[in-house]
Design a protein around this ligand. Sequence first.
Ligand code: PEP
Ligand code: MN
Length: 338
Amino acid sequence: MIVILKPQAPEQKVQQLIRDFEAQDLKIHFSQGESSTILGLVGDVAHVDMEQVLANEVVADVRRISEPYKAANRRFHPQDTVVEVCGRKIGAGYFAVIAGPCSVESQPQMETVAASVKASGAAFLRGGAFKPRTSPYSFQGLEAEGLHLLSAAKKATGLPIVTEIMSEDQLDDFTDVDIIQVGARNMQNFRLLKALGHCDKPVLLKRGLANTIEELLMSAEYILAGGNERVILCERGIRTFETCIRNNLDISAVPVLKRQTHLPVIIDPSHAAGNTWMIEPLSRAAIAAGADGLMIEVHNNPKEALCDGAQSLDMQQFADLMQDLKRRVAFEGRELQG
Ligand code: PEP
Ligand code: MN
């Protein structure tokens, strides 16, 4: 971190600022130029509050020269993290597909979809029991009953389950859930992230609708800093000026994240596309870009779905897609889980 001092800053106040940094175990590299004086802070600057430094009367500007996330940073953890759940691996060449309906709607629905996506090669079953909907009048999910139906489908098929949590108060009800999903709208729910940092379950962290890659990594950092090392990142499309698609899939987030972090990265083409016809090309793009997995919405009867029917593949479409994806995953030298 670099701190640029104001010209003619009183010496006494500069010395006090230096002492404050030294008290935080930082070493100071002092550089007196012709027009400006710069302090280079050497050490663990993750805890330095940039805004507080900027508020100091002798400081003109503050700049970070390294990333503010540490535990998520590939620089300090060069090998890819492999998240292992119920014998299935994600990351470092292991590729997993998570499939299932947007929301859990009924017992026959879950039974049918779970058996079908398993037969097609999915490694995990998804389904929302608690749905974050834009309108309070839309279907909000079956809640506790939804969790129960997910557990029943897991028992019947052996597929581990992935479902979204909305609040840390729900953690006790998620004991049978195998991967806890944090949805886009909760990516910066810091109380929730902190609570997940202390739990022993893997977390699938989705990127917020209007969040930067650095913000996604800082949210992952909350979970990692609490001691939970099993975090999977998910790019699911971001808001842009474009209106002809639901969200813009930021495919470049995959190589950027792969460079910046050791955590596995998966793509959700369903919430990016908002339609079914784009799922296949976006899935192919995800594999080619280096993603470690996909999360795809599949419904037994998309026309009747209570949520996100327009983007949900029917079971046959998913089976056909998996045939194609299996070849592509193998071609890229990755190992499909399931
Ligand atoms: C979901 O996966 O059903 C969901 C609500 O996704 P997102 O948080 O990405 O909108
Ligand atoms: Mn959905």
